[in-house]
Design a binder for this molecule. Sequence first.
Ligand code: FAD
Length: 501
Amino acid sequence: MNDKSNDYKTRARRMVERWAGKRIEKNPRQPSAEMYHQREAQHPFMDQDADHIVEPQKHTPMLDKCDVLVVGGGPAGLSAALSARRAGADTILLERYGCFGGVITTVGMETIAWYRYEGTVDSEGIGVEMEKLAAKMGGTIKWPYNDSECLDADFFKIVADHLITEAGVRPYLHSFATEVIMEGKVIKGVITESKSGRNAILAKRVIDCTGDADIAHLAGAPCRKTPKEEMMGVTTVFSCAGVDTEKFLQYTRENPATYADWGQTWDQETTGKEDHLPSPYLEKEFTRAKQMGLMPKHIDTISGSWSALSNAGEATNLNLVHMNGIDSTDVKDLTRAEMQGRRETLYALEALKAVVPGFENAKLRNFGMTLGCRDSRKIIGRYSLTENDVKTQARFNDSISIFPEFLDGYNILILPTTGRYFQVPYGCLVPQSVDNLLVAGRCVAGDKISHCAMRNMMACTVTGQGAGVAAAVSIKEGTSTGTVDVRKVQDELQHQGVRIW
Ligand SMILES: Cc1cc2nc3c(=O)[nH]c(=O)nc-3n(C[C@H](O)[C@H](O)[C@H](O)COP(=O)(O)OP(=O)(O)OC[C@H]3O[C@@H](n4cnc5c(N)ncnc54)[C@H](O)[C@@H]3O)c2cc1C
């Protein structure tokens, strides 16, 4: 060892002095106060008594630059990235997992348009385009009770890759946006964390499609949450193989469920017209399993819908295991719910095998890659969509699309069988106090009940496409997302095939 303070003679002298009880004036190995400060400047450090650590200033490498950066690749993010690119913007789509599709591909929710019973006046745009393309590519199975398509969750990863590649959007997977880059009140980009380390991406406009309004929150835009005990539950979605699908379908024909059967253990509000419609619902089967002692009596969270049945003997998208009181922005809640959901799925599986004809030889095929979350942060926007807007066919001058009168959540189910629809205003995508940031998907501004409409995947594609186009138009026109001429946004949206009025 070259270090002088550590050579044999020095160490021997220190040892002898310690045996002799002499106080060592200065241990050259002991870092000086100055050295401590240098170390602290390079690494996070903590005060033993503090409840936090201090991170030093960092020099973060630049990963990329673009016109429009879309964070989060779910239904909203895909639509935002595609529409921004189609409107001429150089666009990046950033996603924390290894695939695009959001809840579709990472949770396994395949029913993008199950609400489309006869009489529905639907949105038009990228959402319907994705549904049709998936069907054309052989990646769907017809939903049992109307002509909508169940997207095959795994196949949709390929559909999304195809759309992104064909449009010329620059993809970044495995990249978590963890910080924002701000210049005053204007967003300039984000910091990402990945296996490549911490990196910066700069952008002229940023669109937050994270579902949880992560970017708006980090940028300091005001947000709200429904109180945790009232939030919509989270779900562990799973799929089974080894199902005799013909036998199961025969059982459902002999034991038909309607929307009036939903939630025997809670009150559900409908308009009455929903009650007679057929629904792929299982609940009494789990009650029977409980009576047979197959499930602990205290578990009251297992019931819900089945959806696609494949010729290969699969029942996918089993939306059956729910948990309440979980905040998807709290890592402790997420961890608890992931593990509880998997544990309770075993009860659901045992019950299916014992009670539901066709499932006798079923086995667990897979869980969704992650817990499914429906409800968390929503921005406080320039306009906040209300329950009244959704239920009374609201009209707005700054409309970016239409969405049918479809509410699903908080024990309310209103299906759009009447042809009624409301317009979606640009204002609910615009956060307060941060410029050049737009928000799309389930975290747009709105009250508790309007969330039952805007959280639906098709509605998320609508706000995604509106945000993507507005971001691109604002760059082209040299305005900001706050001052963009909405008529020009509407023109481009109509050019892209969106119904505005
Ligand atoms: C169990 C369940 C059942 C549902 N059933 C239906 C149904 O039948 N029909 C229907 O229409 N809707 C349904 N919904 C609602 C619907 O799926 C969601 O509300 C919708 O997918 C939200 O779309 P989004 O694009 O806003 O967010 P998401 O689909 O959640 O996508 C957000 C994406 O952003 C990524 N992301 C998040 N944070 C970051 C970050 N910081 N950095 C980088 N990436 C990030 C995520 O990984 C994800 O891919 C259901 C939801 C759940 C959970």
